[in-house]
Design a protein around this ligand. Structure first.
Ligand SMILES: *Cc1c(COP(=O)(O)O)cnc(C)c1O
Length: 360
């Protein structure tokens, strides 16, 4: 089989170990074997960050990352509550659209896409408006590659006693998450980014005490986390789960544990992303953000003079590498290189050679 290296921010290049897991025996999602599989995955997901293991429950859904984010917002923001969304990219804006679609009250503190979150404004909002029940932010804003300063935001939430909900879709498994210090009520993520699984399964980690303290606020039947939670305590789910993809998620979690957990993955990604940035810097290509602002997962580069995105994309694709365009208003300005998935030393070396012959 042809080996394609996906340098887009998910789905990722699978390891053979995870790919093989897709071929296991057929299984009905109402059988006890599936319940056992679900319970095992719930345990492993809640243990990716040891701090979360006892106080948070992992809830697994069939769908992409957006499904997990929407289920989290819909179920947890009370109908008479109010959301404060901190936005500096496409995914922050998507959260605003979701809360608005759900008909819940929302305030927005937005910054330019290349700017950090505006925490001074957040503080003002929290001081002026005691009706805000939830602050919502994007941990790694994949639009630009910025790792948002959620530690500072979380401190603010904690000091004001407001719950934080996090879109950690492109950071879960690779960046630090501090559950207690950030006053984190829940975070949403997916199988097919930093966890190296197959697209089709997503999940939310929810503080257990939430389910005991208030009813579900979901205005949707299918994405009501409360219902999933109740049934998944015994390992079952209200609707058909993507069985083969669940097998693959279990294998990818085992593989990650074997390789040393999220911190080892963080180190591996950091090393790789620094190599890619250095290579392009030496070829005269600048980054959109300052280098320390990036996550270890993805970097955005300014398109150099005389090169369209298509030209760079098509040339790399011929060599088996798939990069990613800018979104929205950055479409004409940047290209992005993510470094998740099964990228071997040889692949990295070959990528460097391709970039050198393209830009030299
Ligand atoms: C990938 C991503 C999502 C979800 O995208 P899907 O296409 O639904 O998987 C949400 N938030 C962030 C920050 C992402 O990077």
């Amino acid at each position: 089989m042809k080996r394609t290296i996906l340098l887009n921010p998910g789905p990722i290049t699978l390891t053979e170990r995870v790919r093989q897991a897709l071929l296991r025996e057929d299984l009905c999602h109402r059988e006890p074997e599936f319940a056992e599989l679900t319970l095992d995955i719930k345990k492993r997901l809640a243990s990716v960050y040891p701090e979360a293991t006892t106080d948070y429950e992992a809830i697994m859904l069939t769908g992409s990352g957006t499904c997990a984010v929407e289920a989290m917002l819909s179920t947890l923001i009370p109908q008479n509550g109010k959301a404060l969304v901190v936005s500096n990219g496409v995914y922050g804006e998507r959260i605003v659209s979701m809360v608005t679609t759900h008909g819940k009250a929302v305030e927005v503190v937005s910054s330019q896409w290349h700017e950090p979150m505006n925490l001074i404004e957040v503080e003002k909002h929290l001081e002026q408006d005691s009706g805000i029940t939830h602050v919502i932010a994007v941990h790694h804003e994949t639009t630009t590659g910025r790792l948002n300063d959620v530690a500072k935001l979380g401190q603010l939430c904690k000091s004001k006693n407001v719950a934080l909900l996090l879109d950690s879709v492109s950071s879960f498994g690779a960046e630090k998450i501090e559950f207690a210090d950030w006053n984190l009520e829940a975070c949403a993520a997916t199988a097919n980014k930093c966890l190296h699984g197959v697209p089709g399964i997503c999940f939310v980690l929810v503080k257990k005490s939430v389910f005991e303290s208030r009813p579900s606020a979901a205005e949707t039947l299918y994405l009501d986390l409360d219902r999933y939670h109740q049934e998944q305590l015994q390992g079952y789910s209200p609707f058909t789960q993507a069985v083969q993809i669940v097998y693959a998620l279990q294998e990818s979690l085992k593989e990650m544990e074997d390789l040393g957990g999220w911190m080892a993955r963080h180190q591996q990604y950091s090393h790789l992303s620094q190599q890619i940035r250095q290579c392009l810097r030496e070829l005269g290509i600048s980054t959109l953000l300052d280098e320390p602002d990036y996550s270890c997962v993805l970097t955005s580069f300014n398109l150099p003079l005389g090169y369209s995105y298509e030209k760079i994309h098509d040339s790399l694709k011929k060599s088996g590498f798939i990069i990613y365009a800018g979104q929205g208003r950055l479409k004409k300005d940047i290209f992005r290189i993510a470094n998740m998935g099964d990228i071997q030393l040889d692949d990295a070396k070959r990528l460097r050679n391709c970039l050198q012959s393209l830009f030299r």
